[in-house]
Write a protein that binds this ligand. Structure first.
Ligand code: ZN
Length: 318
């Protein structure tokens, strides 16, 4: 559907629905600029902040990290098709419990099992997979045991689906960015989640201003399930939402400032803007990477070594 709606060559971008119509026209102005030097990260209290990417942290210039949360779902395979076509690698933060469909919730045939072929493709095609927890709970509200359950179950079920091909998951994105986004969480909550996460992987939030805002609402015609009656892409509000997503992201993309973009493969508007978005970002001089690439840029080629499993056999005796 009408991707050309947005950015025909030499055609003005249609009036966006943002508050500031000028903001998405012409050369973009980045209201938020991450430092481009990996050593320039702000100092944070290590009791509350495990190793990770948080707002204010450095991002390499001219680099985009596409991230997709809450899948896999009906649209993930099409997202993979577009990424393959464009030769771009992305990062998928996945859940396994189908929070929207109680009949699939806990039967062992949940999202990861249902979309096993999609997951295999994801690994084969070089994308990074991250842990977005089993059932998308706010970790700040859980006990340490429940947090362990949320992370372990996702990894275990992924292993059941992928077998030998299972990647070790080093990237964690806690649902809602909690307890590190916003200021309502207590130090105790942050410390509790920090302790639970820090030896499992690296926390990866997203860059302020680079949230596609796709999860802010459902447009008419948009739904997470392609066989649902209400799934009917192409409605005017669906196209408006696509336009809003494109505008929000391209407004920041001045050709220099990099960012970790947050999207959801559960929102088909994001699938439908993806090709246009990638091609326009490329045109503006951007390259793409996974968040595993990011971790190596920031913390060095051995960024993940501290998570290596213990050797299973005792070292040979001398
Ligand atoms: Zn999520």
């Amino acid at each position: 559907m009408g991707a050309s709606l947005f950015l025909e060559a030499n055609t003005p971008i249609p009036a966006p629905i943002s508050q500031d119509p000028q903001a998405s026209r012409g050369p973009a102005i980045a209201p938020y600029r991450s430092p481009g030097d990996p050593a320039a990260a702000p100092l944070r209290d290590v009791r509350y902040w495990p190793q990770g990417y948080y707002p204010g942290d450095p991002i390499p210039e001219r680099t985009i990290y596409l991230t997709f949360d809450d899948g896999p779902c009906d649209f993930t395979a099409q997202v993979l098709d577009i990424l393959k076509d464009e030769d771009v690698h992305a990062t998928f933060f996945m859940n396994s419990y189908d929070k929207d469909d109680p009949f699939h919730a806990d039967t062992g045939k949940n999202l990861l099992f249902r979309y096993a072929d999609v997951l295999k493709r994801m690994v084969d095609e070089g994308h990074a997979i991250g842990n977005h927890t089993y059932s998308h709970r706010d970790l700040a509200s859980l006990s340490p045991r429940q947090i362990d359950f949320q992370l372990d179950t996702l990894q275990r079920q992924l292993t059941e689906v992928l077998g030998d091909k299972t990647p070790r998951i080093y990237l964690i994105r806690p649902p809602f960015g909690s307890p590190w986004l916003g200021n309502w969480n207590t130090g105790e909550q942050r410390e509790k989640v920090r302790v639970a996460l820090e030896n499992r992987g690296i926390v990866m939030l997203w860059t302020p201003g680079w949230d596609s805002s796709d999860s802010a609402d459902w447009a008419k015609g948009e739904w997470y399930n392609a066989s649902a009656k209400r799934y009917d892409p192409g409605s005017p509000s669906y196209e408006l939402k696509m336009q809003r997503e494109v505008n929000r992201i391209l407004r920041r993309a001045d050709g220099t400032a990099g960012g970790i973009i947050l999207m959801h493969d559960t929102h088909p508007t994001s699938r439908d803007v993806l090709k246009l978005l990638i091609e326009e970002l490329k045109r503006r001089g951007y390259g793409f990477g996974t968040l595993e690439d990011y971790a190596r840029w920031r913390w060095g080629p051995n960024a993940f070594d501290r998570f290596a499993p213990e050797p299973s056999e005792a070292p040979p005796e001398k």
